[in-house]
Design a protein around this ligand. Structure first.
Ligand SMILES: [Fe+2]
Ligand SMILES: [Fe+2]
Ligand SMILES: [Fe+2]
Ligand SMILES: [Fe+2]
Length: 439
């Protein structure tokens, strides 16, 4: 269907204020909600946080008082949308359960985008980040089981595989290596601009969620794991924002931000299976079309250019949540040994130079131990082996994937090596059999 957001009127800003009852609706039921309703809710919270934060940054540079008032009005509305989206989450959904939701967002969103990204280099970067969040989902799943008795499938509902990825201890890099090559704003497709800003917003909020909630855990190793993974999300923010052309103006960015919100709510509205939540997405699409109109008018006023040059004439689909198991396992088997090097390039472990800048970072950060490795060790005690929830074919390759993903240098002393993992798996099989005989 053809939909040119710039031709839509949307809801005028003066009609966008809602009462408390409208802002805070009834939360979803954590055991009944479709996992992709939860991922949409988590993502849209992140998008609204970015939309709100950006507008405050923008307004600090605006001289004209009428424009300043208008932007302040929009920030206020973004904030109320953030409340609606975040407050859809129920009070009885634990921090760890929500965390599994956050990492499911990262895995399935990044995989969708990688397959719908017109720029090959940006796609490569998405595939790279994908395998890191995939491993985070696995590490947190160990704790969800040990601390709360939650199986990963209780949250991801069998739509996303949970198994070892590129080991988290190797996600810590010299930040200079995280800087990737940026797109050219004059030639980049609007889909590329929207994809990057969507993912960046999600990663930033994931970082903030871990920053604000990791300390609430009683288990010390889990607290350390939140700190470790939070640090990786910080690197992800650096990596994804570096893909953006730094010569984009603030007015251009304003336009892209509102267009990104429009595209995301449009997709949410199309895909939502919960009728009550679908109505919220419909209203929010209308609200964002109102914001886009204002952003387009200000862009024309200050830049004397046509907004179509920046965002095109067609809606794009940034966040179609679908099971991506097949795609993710292909990337995993192919690229678990991939690493970042200088000048925005990539290589594989056995081609890394002796003086690779990230070795120093990893050796320092993991010098006592890597918390995310202890996650597997503890699961070995609680459950005889690690917690996995994946197709049989992928599960059988777990040790092989680990062997391919581990570096020999920059390795924490407490690393669970492939032969040790294999022993755990065998022990678990033996214990399961024994248990069956006893019954
Ligand atoms: Fe918004
Ligand atoms: Fe992550
Ligand atoms: Fe991430
Ligand atoms: Fe907006």
């Amino acid at each position: 269907m053809s939909f040119n957001a710039l031709e839509e009127k949307g809801l005028p800003i003066e009609k966008q204020v809602r009462n408390w009852h409208q802002i805070i609706g009834k939360p979803y039921n954590k055991t009944e909600v479709d996992c992709y309703t939860r991922t949409r809710q988590i993502l849209m919270n992140g998008i609204e946080i970015e939309a709100w934060g950006f507008k405050h940054q923008l307004n600090r540079f605006v001289m004209d008082n009428n424009d300043k008032e208008l932007i302040a009005q929009i920030s206020r509305i973004e904030d109320s949308q953030q409340t609606s989206a975040n407050w859809m989450g129920p009070a009885d959904q634990s921090v760890l359960e929500t965390t599994l939701g956050y990492e499911q967002v990262a895995v399935d969103l990044t995989a969708w985008m990688a397959q719908n990204e017109p720029d090959e280099y940006v796609k490569e970067t998405f595939d790279f980040g994908l395998l890191e969040d995939f491993d985070h989902l696995y590490r947190y799943s160990q704790f969800a089981y040990m601390v709360e008795g939650v199986e990963p499938s209780d949250i991801v509902q069998g739509q996303t595989d949970v198994i070892i990825g590129r080991p988290t201890q190797h996600h810590h890099n010299c930040n200079a290596l995280r800087i990737r090559k940026h797109y050219d704003k004059n030639t980049a497709h609007p889909q590329t601009k929207v994809n990057i800003l969507t993912l960046l917003s999600g990663e930033q909020q994931t970082h903030n969620y871990y920053a604000e909630h990791g300390f609430m855990c009683g288990d010390h190793v889990l607290r350390e794991t939140y700190a470790e993974i939070k640090d990786v999300e910080e690197e992800h923010v650096t990596m994804y924002e570096s893909l953006i052309d730094p010569t984009e103006t603030m007015w251009e960015k304003f336009l892209i931000h509102e267009f990104t919100e429009v595209c995301n709510y449009y997709t949410c509205m199309e895909d939502e299976v919960d009728d009550r939540i679908k109505k919220v997405w419909e209203l929010f699409l209308d609200i964002e079309l109102g914001h886009l109109k204002i952003a387009a008018d200000l862009f024309k006023k200050y830049e004397k250019r046509d907004p179509e040059e920046i965002i095109g004439t067609e809606i794009v689909i940034p966040c179609r949540f679908l099971s991506q198991k097949e795609y993710v396992s292909k990337v995993l088997e192919r690229e678990v040994n991939k690493r970042l090097i200088k000048d925005g390039k990539y290589t594989v472990i056995n081609k890394l130079p002796e003086d690779w800048a990230s070795y120093k970072v990893q050796e320092k950060q993991n010098e006592i131990s890597s918390p995310s490795e202890n996650a597997i060790r503890l699961a070995g005690i609680y459950h005889n082996r690690d917690i996995v929830d994946a197709g049989k074919e992928l599960e059988e390759k777990e040790t092989e994937i680990l062997a391919k993903g581990l570096q020999s240098k920059g390795l924490a002393d407490n690393t669970v090596m492939p032969d040790e993992l294999e022993k755990m798996i065998k022990k678990h099989e033996k214990m399961e059999k024994k248990q069956e005989e006893l019954i």
